[in-house]
Design a protein around this ligand. Structure first.
Ligand code: G4P
Length: 280
């Protein structure tokens, strides 16, 4: 299977972010808790060099709790401040203000020693498309927070959202495209729906998901679709098609329809809380 990106977009987005990051004290990076490694663009580490760093494991409601904990510890061991967030129902979102304070402790202390009191820290949200940046900004900032408008010394047109006395958030998130050399990362991004369906072979993609589930979450397909014991991925998809009445003209099973159904069930968490990768 072959995945393709759009280099024009990437260069432009990267350049914009390079400018924005100059204004920022702390970079808040969202990753998808189901693929905390594959949904992280490695360029950001270079772009955000010297800044305080926070990783939010977003959509943790869809991920395997035990594995999420391991990822949290893994990122903390690498020097990131972290939090688990469900931006959709806002759980964990309130803790982020404290995490920002903690991440910027040294800067606040430095300011204090120089007699600068109450200068808010400036934060920016970054992440690959579909990871939940806009949902997070909406639930974090809420309606109550006024935009602060342009200020001298700030790039024209930049809008800041005053979250509280301590924190200002750049209102436009930095978007970076996912990056990968190996196809496994591409597959995982496709499973969570971060690659447009129309460029993918859906049946093939669902076979890959079935192979992963059979190995890492044995029994999950049998339970969810009431299948007889599965021989392999082809057998599994056939059985799903039969169970869910995915039938086309001539009374044949409609594998494409069954594949879409399976991928959709996975994406929306109907198969349970599943994480697709573990820290190395
Ligand atoms: P982006 O700005 O990074 O591109 O992502 P965006 O906020 O648009 O979110 C992408 C999708 O992820 C949205 O779903 C959003 O509701 C969902 N989402 C964001 N955060 C969470 C979370 O913590 N948990 C869960 N379960 N979902 C989350 P959508 O299908 O595009 O829209 P909608 O049907 O939810 O409105």
């Amino acid at each position: 299977m072959h995945f393709q990106w759009y280099p024009g977009h990437m260069t432009k987005a990267r350049r914009a972010m390079q400018e924005d990051i100059k204004l920022i004290d702390v970079v808040i990076e969202l990753v998808d808790a189901r693929i905390p490694f594959s949904s992280k663009n490695p360029d950001i580490d270079q772009l955000a060099n010297n800044k305080s760093r926070i990783i939010l494991l977003n959509k943790y409601d869809l991920a395997d709790p035990e594995k999420t904990q391991k990822w949290k510890e893994w990122y903390e061991a690498k020097g990131f401040h972290t939090a688990l967030v469900n931006s959709k129902n806002k759980s964990g979102v309130k803790t982020v203000a404290n995490v920002i304070n903690e991440a910027c402790k040294e800067k606040i202390e430095r300011d204090r020693k120089r007699g600068i009191l109450n200068r808010p820290v400036r934060a920016m949200i970054v992440g690959i498309p579909n990871v939940g940046k806009s949902t997070f900004i909406n639930s974090f900032a809420g309606k109550a927070c006024a935009k602060t408008g342009n200020k001298p010394g700030v790039t024209k047109g930049k809008q800041w959202i005053r979250l509280n006395k301590q924190v200002e958030l750049l209102d436009t998130p930095g978007i970076l495209w996912p990056k990968f050399e190996d196809q496994t990362i591409g597959l995982r991004l496709a499973f969570i729906g971060s690659i447009k369906d129309e460029i993918l072979n859906i049946t093939e993609l669902s076979y890959e998901l079935i192979k992963f589930l059979m190995e890492s979450y044995p029994g999950v397909l049998e339970r969810n679709y009431e299948l007889e014991s599965i021989v392999d991925e082809i057998d599994a998809l056939n059985q799903i098609a039969e169970r869910r009445k995915c039938i086309q003209k001539g009374n044949e099973v409609d594998l494409d329809k069954a594949a879409r159904l399976l991928l959709d069930d996975f994406k929306s968490g109907r198969l349970g809380k599943i994480t697709l990768e573990m820290p190395e």
